[in-house]
Ligand binder design. Structure first.
Ligand code: FES
Length: 102
């Protein structure tokens, strides 16, 4: 029976640099993006378009859409992505506002 925490594997992985809303983060290469962002201290992934309420990963299996982020020019579920070197990630609402302004 395996007893080691999967989070220990995250801690041991080599780090790559990504940007979340313009801030550099060093995340474990190939880790689940939602888990890695949570482990790095990111608590708000997006805001709801109507009320602006903050949202963060809930299901971690692609069903709730509370982990939506914009990366690679698309709004995607962070829990369905792997960390890759150089990723630029933004909160979707903020990304939309930035596009509207400029
Ligand atoms: S955490 Fe629910 S879809 Fe990603």
């Amino acid at each position: 029976m395996k007893t080691d925490s999967p989070f220990l594997e995250l801690e041991a992985a080599p780090r790559v640099r990504v940007w979340f809303d313009g801030q550099p983060l060093e995340l474990p290469d190939g880790a689940n993006l939602a888990a890695a962002l949570l482990a790095a201290g990111v608590r708000t992934f997006r805001h709801t378009p109507v009320s602006g309420a903050p949202r963060a990963p809930f299901c971690m299996m692609g069903a709730c859409y509370d982990c939506l982020v914009e990366t690679g020019g698309r709004v995607q579920q962070a829990c369905m992505l792997e960390v890759k070197d150089g990723m630029r990630i933004a909160r979707p609402h903020e990304a939309e506002a930035a596009h509207a302004e400029g």
